[in-house]
Design a protein around this ligand. Structure first.
Ligand code: PNS
Length: 378
């Protein structure tokens, strides 16, 4: 058995405990390596290898760019074997090998893992004895809910192709791969950033008229609607209104360091947005001063970027932005809402028409119309 790729690629591993641990077959490790590499799952990750056996899965991760490995097993021969493999690769300082019975009470296992002061883990392998698959569910759920697990953690469970995982409360299946008799199920944490929104809402002022006890206990769906809003148009307002059908909360974020030279100051733009939609307790008007939109969304505990689509002409640019944002942070997704009758209205055309004295009534909120009239004296 050899390490397949990365800095230890081709190096031999001892399968000393093969009779008791059933090491993951080379071709399964190879396929898994490609799947995880394409997801960027290894780079700098802390890896938790449960039922480590020879340690081949965790060592493969270290070889391909993981920063740290914690390998757990209960079998003494497995502990010896993984320790020996790490020693032969001179990788003992990057890893920790711990003897722990993972099939005992899940809470006790979690306490023991927390006491190691390692993690949070971004990649968690579990290759339990096939007959114990069902018994693993409470441990997986508790791990997913604990601080041991990074918000974007991926779980990789190896099991018999004929078996299915028990229903998990805290994890969702994001991939399943079959290789002969064995299968791999990939899982990701389910509530993720929704939890952050509930938490941040609990510390913020509640909607008018609602008391503390009336605050929602469910995960509030939220989206960031970012833009230059120079100025806000009724097209934007329509997207926000439609957005509130899909989301329970919308943060309208004004980009301040836009490459375009704005006509209105950020304060004026925020004032016009607040006047148009800020009366709705579900809408927060904020400014977005620097950095990436995905980072801003993450700071706000929101994982949806809301964009309006007016016409085919918008599509190409929006496609690029959505994919760029997805690349920058796969945990944040862009959702589009089709524009209504105001599909031909843009802030740029509004400004042009205003400068030339055009009648903008109905195309922009009242305060915007007033401010444009003041600015251009018509
Ligand atoms: O309404 P706009 O002016 O077209 O909005 C564009 C906006 C603010 C959504 C976009 O420029 C943006 O996201 N800027 C932040 C910088 C960033 O994250 N860039 C990388 C992703 S494209």
């Amino acid at each position: 058995m050899r390490v397949i790729a990365g800095r230890f690629g081709g190096r031999r591993l001892t399968a000393g405990v093969a009779s008791v641990t059933r090491p993951t077959a080379d071709r399964v490790r190879e396929a898994l390596g490609s799947v995880l590499e394409s997801r960027g799952a290894f780079e700098g990750a802390a890896v938790l290898d449960l039922f480590a056996g020879t340690g081949a899965l965790g060592i493969e991760a270290l070889s391909r760019g993981a920063a740290r490995l914690v390998a757990i097993d209960w079998d003494r021969r497995a502990i010896e074997s993984v320790t020996e493999n790490l020693r032969s690769l001179a990788a003992t300082s990057e890893a920790r090998v711990v003897r722990l019975d993972l099939l005992k009470s899940a809470s006790r296992v979690i306490s023991r893992l927390e006491a190691l002061r390692e993690g949070p883990f971004r990649l968690i392998f579990a290759d339990p004895p096939y007959r114990e698959l069902k018994a693993l569910a409470p441990l997986l759920d508790q791990l997913a809910a604990s601080k041991l697990c990074a918000p974007d953690a991926l779980f990789v469970i190896e099991h018999a192709g004929t078996d299915a995982l028990a229903t998990l409360r805290k994890l969702v299946v994001v991939g399943r791969y079959s290789y002969g008799d064995s299968a791999l199920t990939l899982l990701a944490r389910s509530p993720q950033m929704g939890e952050g929104v509930v938490k941040s809402m609990a510390t913020e002022s509640s909607p008018a008229g609602s008391s503390k006890s009336e605050r929602p206990e469910y995960a509030v769906s939220a989206a960031v609607y970012a833009g230059s809003f120079d100025p806000i148009t009724n097209g934007h307002v329509a997207i926000i209104k439609s957005g509130l059908v899909a989301f329970e909360r919308i943060i309208v974020a004004v980009l301040t360091n836009t490459a375009k030279k704005p006509m209105f100051t950020v304060e004026e733009r925020m004032e016009m947005i607040s006047d148009a939609v800020g009366g709705d307790p579900r809408v927060e008007v904020d400014r977005f001063d620097h950095g990436l939109l995905v980072n801003y969304a993450r700071e706000k505990g929101v994982r949806i970027v809301l964009r309006g689509l007016r016409a085919v002409g918008d599509f190409e640019h929006e496609l690029q932005m959505a994919n760029m944002n997805r690349h920058l942070d796969p945990g944040i997704e862009t959702v589009f809402i089709m524009a209504n009758d105001w599909f031909y209205v843009s802030s740029t055309l509004i400004k042009e028409a205003a400068v030339l004295g055009g009648d903008l009534h109905g195309m922009v909120p009242e305060l915007v119309e007033k401010k444009l009239r003041e600015k251009f004296g018509r």
